[in-house]
Design a protein around this ligand. Sequence first.
Ligand SMILES: [Zn+2]
Length: 217
Amino acid sequence: MTTLKNKLEQRISDYDFWATRRRYGAEGHNNANLWVLACMDERLPVDEALGIHVDTPVGGGDAHCFRNAGGIVTDDAIRSAMLTCNFFGTKEIVIVQHTQCGMLSANANDLEKVLREKGIDTDNIALDPTLPELKLNNGSFAKWIGMMDDVDVTCMKTVEAFRNHPLIPKDVIVSGWIWEVETRRLRAPTLDPEKRLRTDVVSSAFGVTNKQPDRWS
Ligand SMILES: [Zn+2]
């Protein structure tokens, strides 16, 4: 029989481990050995979509979670995934993007134009002021923004980028998923028109007529 005393002792020991797990390196991994990459959009509830608890203390702590605009591959997403996969015991990467993403809602060239009209020279930007050697070639800024034509295509390309990246160990399992804001459910990325029906997955749904700068196609 497990007494309450036993349970409390276990809970305290679990908490101590959780609170100091970084001292154990790869042995102090999060509960699910998992790194999640998700769009920053507040309509994408990562815990609900994946059935995990990312950031509650004991009983949660299932994953390291990285969010950016789109949930796309970027140099910092690669940096974070490299650290968690090589040094903190992460064995799986789950990528979640979503329908109606803001990254579908405008053309990147138009966004760059707005910045230029504000007087910003987009060909001479310190992307990271602490790392001035990190540079874009002139003319690459719009591509860097990472706007999408089609969220399912982008999701599949993002999975591929992590699978093939030399900094991500080959035995890490990588999968990508789409959260449907309209139906509040998760599905695999697909190009099947029937499965995409009634959801906004392409930029033309937002009145964007020009193709984005070539990044995902
Ligand atoms: Zn989004």
